[in-house]
Design a protein around this ligand. Structure first.
Ligand SMILES: Nc1ncnc2c1ncn2[C@@H]1O[C@H](COP(=O)(O)OP(=O)(O)O)[C@@H](O)[C@H]1O
Ligand SMILES: [Mg+2]
Length: 229
């Protein structure tokens, strides 16, 4: 494995986010700095409500920060509209969520293909790649199953295949094993880390599980609105 530090795929500088509900003000992020390099894996732990999901959504361009700068592959995107970010995100970030978010009407294969079609890829190639990815996550025999016929662990495997379909340089995973039993969670983490390593995809893993967190190349903690090493 190369010891050269890779290029920075994502950088966040001094990210600030405050929510207001009525009179109440919640300073969720008070100046978060983070740089993710090519192929590296970083875990983020933190108490419930510490702002992990808020941070991940801002990194993903799903939500705007109140202040700070966000760079995707060197391009400053923090000033851009959420629509612009949505288009740019397709080939750049794959996302995995705790609740899977598969389309219930589509089978496993079509769930994976859909993410590629949205990115405008050729359907025949997508179909081949989706089948290969589903085989790699252990679902070769389940490609035509609807999510309702899959277990939680199997749904998350489909979601991992979907996150990788556009060969993004970065995956953001928000408590991907939060709904899974211990044994299944272990398998899903093995897969996620293994696939990211094989494909040199950078990974940000938000997790409550200390053992899972320890398996990434770098560990951070979100505490009082700041990210600590
Ligand atoms: N859209 C929102 N409006 C108001 N408050 C929010 C919103 N989203 C999150 N929060 C609050 O911000 C804090 C951080 O939430 P979140 O990022 O979901 O934390 P975590 O993922 O670490 O559990 C919590 O206090 C939560 O209630
Ligand atoms: Mg959360």
């Amino acid at each position: 494995m190369s010891k050269e530090p890779g290029r920075v795929v994502l950088a966040a500088e001094d990210i600030v986010k405050t929510y207001r509900s009525g009179e109440r003000r919640i300073d969720v992020l008070r100046g978060v700095d983070l740089a993710i390099r090519e192929g590296e894996s970083v875990s983020i732990r933190g108490e419930s409500g510490s702002g992990k999901t808020t941070l991940l959504n801002i990194l993903a361009g799903l939500e705007r920060a109140d202040a700070g700068r966000l760079f995707w592959q060197g391009e400053q995107v923090s000033g851009r509209s959420l629509n612009h970010l949505a288009v740019r995100r397709r080939g750049f970030i794959g996302m995995v969520f705790q609740a899977y978010y598969l389309v219930p009407e589509l089978n496993a294969l079509d769930n994976v293909i859909l993410a590629g079609r949205i990115a405008g890829k050729n359907t025949r190639l997508l179909r081949e790649r989706a089948r290969a990815l589903l085989a790699r996550v252990g679902l070769a025999e389940r490609v035509d199953h609807l999510p309702s016929r899959l277990s939680g662990g199997e749904c998350q495997r489909v979601a991992i295949a979907r996150a990788l379909i556009n060969e993004p340089p970065l995956i953001l995973a928000d408590e991907p094993t939060g709904n899974l039993d211990e044994r299944t969670a272990e398998d899903v983490i093995d897969l996620l880390l293994g696939l990211c390593r094989e494909t040199r995809t950078a990974l940000v893993l938000v997790t409550h599980n200390a053992e899972h967190a320890r398996r990434t190349s770098r560990q951070c903690r979100l505490h009082l609105g700041r990210l600590e090493a």
